[in-house]
Structures are given as C-alpha cells and as structure tokens.
Design a protein around this ligand. Structure first.
Ligand SMILES: C[S@@+](CC[C@H](N)C(=O)[O-])C[C@H]1O[C@@H](n2cnc3c(N)ncnc32)[C@H](O)[C@@H]1O
Length: 183
C-alpha cells in the first residue's frame, strides 16, 4: 500500500461520520451563510480559487457562485466521499466552474495559478503542514491570499504555524478569519 493510500485510509471518515459532518455543516450553513466568510475573504468574480479540505463543499459552492462563470473553484480533499459529494452537488446546481481533486497535499495545479486558497477547519488535521504550506505558496499568484480559519487552533498557533517558514505574512484578521499574503 502506498503512503497516500495509507494516509487516505487513516483520514477517511466512515460513511456515517461523513454523513453526520455533512448534516452538521448543513445546519451551520443555515445559521450562517458560507457566502459571508467568502465575501470577508475579498473573493471577486473571475477569481480562480483552491478550496483545500473542501469537505461536503459548503465553501466550494458559495465560492463558485461568487467567482461566476469566468472564475474557477478547485475543491480538494483527501476523502473520496467529499469529492463525490461536491461533484454531485455541483452538477445538481448546474455549476460548470468547479473541479474536484482528491489529494493529501499536492494539487497538480500550475505554479502561480490561483488568486486565493481557502483552508477552512482543515489545517489541524494535516500531518505534513510544511509541505501543504509550500504547495499553497507554489499555486498562489504573487500578491494573492491564503484565507484561513481553524477553530481547533488558537490565534498564536495559527499565526506561528502559517508564518514560521517565511512563506506567508498575516495581512488582516476579520473575526475568526485570517488573511495571509504570499511573500
Ligand atoms: C472539518 S472538514 C472542513 C470542511 C470545509 N472546509 C468546511 O469548513 O466546511 C475537514 C476536511 O479536511 C479534509 N482533510 C483532512 N486532512 C486532509 C489532507 N491532508 N488533505 C486534504 N484534505 C484533508 C477532511 O477529509 C475533511 O473533509
């Protein structure tokens, strides 16, 4: 079994756990629309966005709406259930600007190819954080942002983990959303 297969197996939630998480997020999204966070991140029509750790796709679908047909959202997750769920929701809603990627780190996207990476509630779960930050840095265009939140980590942990290798600098904090610029 390859390392990716081993990690996939370890990280895969059971169907029941994934369904429970999806239901919980549905309720969360009814209480507070995901579009609010997307707008706080300053996403614009035409942007190309990577939603890393997309889960059932709350922020992928909201971002697809905001970036519109001239933009693109890449929805990446280690879990095949997440990828399938996003594909299904995307085709049900008729979005043509969403592409899914199953991965534990490398996205296969080009260098300097996206305007924004969203990493919401995922980073705490990633084993190789430094490689993931390097991947975000590689795919982001110059002067573009990593929009980040993670309620499993406190503010000091978030800022130190994301900035410690010098790839990103904190530019803005809006409530629990942190915006880091690519250096
Ligand atoms: C708590 S969910 C958050 C989903 C979504 N970002 C949201 O906030 O609604 C975390 C997601 O990160 C994914 N994940 C965990 N480790 C990962 C990794 N190394 N690479 C890609 N996805 C990962 C999980 O499979 C899960 O779908």
């Amino acid at each position: 079994m390859s390392n990716f297969e081993k990690k996939k197996k370890k990280k895969h939630q059971s169907n029941i756990d994934f369904k429970f998480m999806s239901f919980f997020f549905k309720v969360r999204d009814m209480l507070k629309s995901p579009v609010i966070k997307i707008e706080k991140a300053n996403m614009k029509p035409g942007d190309k966005v990577l939603d890393y750790g997309c889960g059932p796709g709350s922020f992928t679908l909201a971002a697809a709406e905001v970036v519109g047909p001239s933009g693109k959202v890449y929805a990446a997750d280690i879990n095949s259930l997440a990828v399938k769920k996003v594909r299904k929701a995307s085709s049900k809603k008729g979005f043509k600007n969403i592409e899914t990627i199953q991965t534990d780190c490398k996205t296969g996207l080009g260098n300097n190819s996206v305007n924004m990476v969203m990493c919401f509630d995922t980073f705490h779960d990633v084993d190789d954080k430094e490689s993931l930050l390097r991947e975000f840095h590689r795919v982001l265009k110059p002067n573009s942002s990593l929009a980040f939140d993670d309620h499993h980590l406190n503010e000091d942990e978030i800022i130190s983990k994301v900035t410690e290798n010098g790839l990103f600098a904190l530019t803005e904090k809006k409530e629990k959303l942190y915006l880091f610029a690519k250096r």
